[in-house]
Design a protein around this ligand. Structure first.
Ligand code: BJW
Length: 228
């Protein structure tokens, strides 16, 4: 590849063929659940049990789910690539890590991590969570929540991501509908830095006109083909 500094952004579409639900497709998560109930701080304050149930169920559904050819192709690209590389995922699943990716940030948090609203502690958490879950650090009860970024909250790693976007010469967006900011604005930021911008998705995203190049199709086919 004639590029030196790559930023790759992934969204739910890269995990779809592994069996993980997307959000805004026809049968996606937001067609069944109101995001205001389960993915906002206000929803959690109103009914924490409902929010725990939603994420416990998503944790259960991840059992036995494996990375696919698109995750694996990105994991192979990282050590093969001589310049700087950053994989930014909006996904809360761990399929990139399972495939072997290392230079990876989860900007919307992780399903298998817990956050204490009382003391701010974050720690790995793989089991069920309930309104009785106790913080192992400060011992507060009922303030433990899944460590994901809800609407109205600040995504993680923004400093590192913006630095990489301002310096990149290739930006590749994979399996994201381009509805959710700030991630949806990354392509414009990379473009302003002079990067070549590529969209790999099943269909045109909201921001498709900001991409210099696009390939449409299932991620397991188009991602390995683009990379190799
Ligand atoms: C395939 C495929 C296959 C399918 N192969 N492809 C500016 C303007 C307007 C609003 C705002 C704005 N700035 C902020 C906002 C508010 C809000 C927002 O964006 N709202 C919009 C809805 C309008 N944003 C926020 O609140 C964010 N915080 C924030 O902005 O803080 C302030 C701030 C300001 C400035 C700088 C920095 C910070 C936080 C957003 C948190 C989003 N959280 C969620 C839930 C996380 C936990 C959980 O999983 O439950 O994150 S919402 C949900 O959407 C999840 C996803 O990560 C995110 C993106 O979805 P994604 O990945 O794009 O999935 P889909 O389903 O939408 O798309 C899938 C795509 O794949 C489709 O295109 C398919 O075609 C494709 N596909 N099969 C290839 N096989």
């Amino acid at each position: 590849m004639p590029f030196q500094r790559i930023v790759v952004l992934t969204g739910a579409g890269i995990s779809a063929e592994s069996g993980v639900d997307t959000f805004r497709d026809k049968n996606g998560i937001w067609s069944k659940v109101d995001y205001r109930d389960v993915a906002t701080p206000e929803g959690f304050a109103r009914n924490p049990g409902r929010v725990h149930d939603f994420y416990n169920e998503r944790r259960r559904r991840m059992l036995g789910i494996k990375p696919n050819a698109a995750h694996e192709a990105l994991a192979r690209l990282e050590p093969a690539f001589k310049g700087s590389f950053l994989l930014v995922t909006q996904n809360i699943d761990d399929l990139h890590e399972s495939a072997g990716s290392k230079k990876l940030v989860h900007m919307h948090g992780e399903l298998n991590s817990a956050l204490c609203e009382a003391c701010g502690m974050r720690r790995p958490w793989s089991g069920e969570m309930s309104i009785d879950s106790q913080c192992p650090w400060c011992k507060a009860k009922g303030r433990m929540r899944v460590d994901v970024v809800w609407f109205g909250e600040m995504p993680y790693h923004m400093g590192e991501i913006e630095k990489a976007l301002d310096a990149c010469d290739l930006f590749v967006s994979i399996g994201t509908s381009g509805n959710v900011y700030p991630a949806a604005g990354f392509v414009e930021q990379a473009r302003a830095a002079g990067a070549h911008t590529v969209e790999l998705n099943l269909e045109r995203s909201e921001g498709y006109s900001n991409f210099d190049e696009a390939v449409y199709g299932p991620a397991t086919k188009i991602v390995p083909a683009f990379i190799e």
